[in-house]
Design a protein around this ligand. Sequence first.
Ligand code: NAG
Ligand code: NAG
Ligand code: NAG
Ligand code: NAG
Length: 300
Amino acid sequence: MLLLLMLILVSHAWSVKPQQPPQNIFILAGQSNMAGRGGVTNNTQTNTLVWDGIIPPQCQSNPSILRLSAKLKWVQAHEPLHADIDFNKTNGVGPGMPFSNAVLTKDPNFGVIGLVPCAIGGTNISEWKKGSFLYDQTVGRTQAALQGGGVIRALIWYQGESDTVTREDAELYKQRSEKIFVDLRSDLQIPMLPIIRVALASGLGPYIDIVREAQLQNDLLNVQTVDAKGLPLEPDVLHLTTPSQVRLGEMMADAILQSMLSTNKTGPSYSNAPAKFSNFVSYSWMISLLLCSLCLILNF
Ligand SMILES: *[C@@H]1O[C@H](CO)[C@@H](O)[C@H](O)[C@H]1NC(C)=O
Ligand SMILES: *[C@@H]1O[C@H](CO)[C@@H](O)[C@H](O)[C@H]1NC(C)=O
Ligand SMILES: *[C@@H]1O[C@H](CO)[C@@H](O)[C@H](O)[C@H]1NC(C)=O
Ligand SMILES: *[C@@H]1O[C@H](CO)[C@@H](O)[C@H](O)[C@H]1NC(C)=O
């Protein structure tokens, strides 16, 4: 009888092992350097763009890094992260995987990461405004990502290369990008959603510095900038190489851990407490049952 009780308890312990939806969700949005073009080069023989398939250790898959697929399912993430999102282009290594691996290396208790890729190559800031396909897709995918629980830790935004072609677009970049951030926060109902934006390393036109100026000067609260300037580029002089994406991902990880550490003190978001608390409750419940059975054994 007791043996049976023990068996039931043990099997219960196995069955309550939680299946893990991601606790820490990050939205990845922007254009090609966010989608990832590291290792993508022009094969001059076939005149096509091909990815070299090289995945450095910092970009490897890990059961604790998931991605929301185009079909809105959580799957284990692997390079190229945006293959089914930016599907008309040849995708390579981007910042999402090295970012996630760096976060988990620096904070092994961080919990499962869920990435929501939304970036599309070649898109200018106007194509992201509220009501556009890209905007709606980002909101819709984020809402789908939250169905299993978890918290949106940040929007990571790397975009603006396409807004460097005319002076007018470059000068309007600050206002246009801030409007999108404000609208997204409002439509996602996360008024203080942390945003990490990347200051450009390259651009399609001559007005890179005007866009960078907008990116480096943050008037909105809870927006941080990580500067990609100087990171080595592919021969196309537009896209970050794979090692550059690894470096950028590490910089993003430092930025997010730093900001979560500082918001932790003052209150919101960074806490795995609820998950730990429920584990604690169920484990302490099982332990007391085990102790009771032991008492019974001793009484016999
Ligand atoms: C590849 O390079 C050739 C020669 O430089 C150029 O004409 C062509 O447009 C490039 N193709 C792609 C897909 O970028
Ligand atoms: C892919 O290309 C098709 C045809 O040009 C276009 O309608 C569609 O919007 C593109 N989608 C993406 C995600 O680039
Ligand atoms: C942005 O890109 C779209 C699509 O290529 C184009 O129609 C539009 O004119 C561009 N807008 C600006 C402000 O550059
Ligand atoms: C933030 O606070 C939670 C709950 O107090 C704690 O578990 C977690 O380790 C803290 N995180 C950091 C980075 O200090």
